[in-house]
Design a protein around this ligand. Structure first.
Ligand code: PAF
Length: 287
């Protein structure tokens, strides 16, 4: 296990990254809210392989949780997270307090227009804006870097990519494939909320995505037909509670496409007991 720096202030994180770049190293950033699982570790491993110095940020960002959401219950395990980061070769963990990140409540708010109008943006008002603000702060603190995000949060990945592009930030956003359990369930810190029966049922999300993708692969080009098939698969699992969405959209704009063409993304969000799970899968219709 390598030595790992623990950075708790904005100044310390900025100085650490500036010193690394002054030595000629490239910096990799892996933004997280902690409770690290193998999905996070895949981002971390990629950053360690591709950059000179990897910083993992661990910060449960209050700004991206709505009223009644799981901010207080969100799984936390700081010591174990730091140990795992060290084992994987991260150079430092940046773990600021809420007061350090937000010495005063930010008046800044970010809106991503059409990119955040649907899906998570519609179901969790303020969520993507809150993600945008904290990621903008992380990019400002860490400076020029490659920043690694999971494809599991597809809309988040779209939003932070546009954040870096629209602000001409010296940050290359790198999307990394979703890591799954053997039955297809995407790894997520929120899987910890699932009881045993719910955990078994949760595989239906991936099954739903695969069913939609298979239909497209078989030649279906009508959005409604694909979405109806997805809803049918979800309905086979009685433990699935309210379904927020099960849909297919353009992969880049996240807008509906009719007829289905080009790079598409199938996305699902559904409640299972105390957990609200999201997942997505790509599909391509040659144009
Ligand atoms: O994906 C997450 O864990 C969070 O949304 C992120 C990107 C770390 C911002 O708080």
């Amino acid at each position: 296990m390598s030595d790992i720096g623990l950075l708790h202030t904005v100044g310390a994180a900025r100085a650490f990254c500036e010193a690394a770049r002054a030595r000629g190293e490239t910096v990799g950033l892996v933004p997280t809210m902690g409770a690290l699982h193998d999905g996070h570790l895949s981002l971390l491993r990629r950053s360690v392989a591709e950059t000179g110095v990897t910083v993992v940020s661990i910060f449960v960002n209050p700004l991206q949780f709505g009223a009644g959401e799981d901010l207080d219950a969100y799984p936390r395990g700081f010591d174990d997270d730091v140990r795992r980061c060290a084992v994987e070769g991260a150079a430092a963990v940046f773990a600021p307090s809420v007061a350090e990140m937000y010495p005063q409540p930010p008046v800044l708010s970010l809106d991503f227009g059409e990119l955040s109008a649907r899906l998570e943006g519609a179901r969790r008002p303020g969520h993507l804006g809150g993600v945008g603000v904290v990621v903008a702060k992380l990019f400002a603190i860490i400076g020029a870097c490659r920043a690694y995000f999971g494809e599991k949060d597809w809309q988040q990945l779209a939003v932070v990519s546009r954040l870096a592009a629209d602000l001409s930030l010296p940050v290359e956003v790198v999307g990394c494939p979703t890591v799954r359990e053997p039955d297809g369930l995407a790894l997520s810190s929120r899987n910890a909320y699932l009881g045993a029966a719910e955990r078994a049922a949760a595989a239906v999300l991936h099954g739903t995505l695969r069913a939609g993708a298979a239909l497209i692969e078989a030649g279906e080009r009508r959005t409604a037909a694909v979405e109806a098939a997805m809803a049918e698969v979800l309905a086979t699992e009685p433990l699935v509670g309210p379904v927020d969405y099960a849909c297919v959209v353009d992969a880049a704009t996240l807008a509906p496409r009719e007829p289905l063409a080009g790079e598409l993304r199938l996305l699902v969000a559904a409640h299972l007991g105390a957990a609200r799970l999201i997942d997505n899968l790509g599909a391509t219709v040659p144009t």
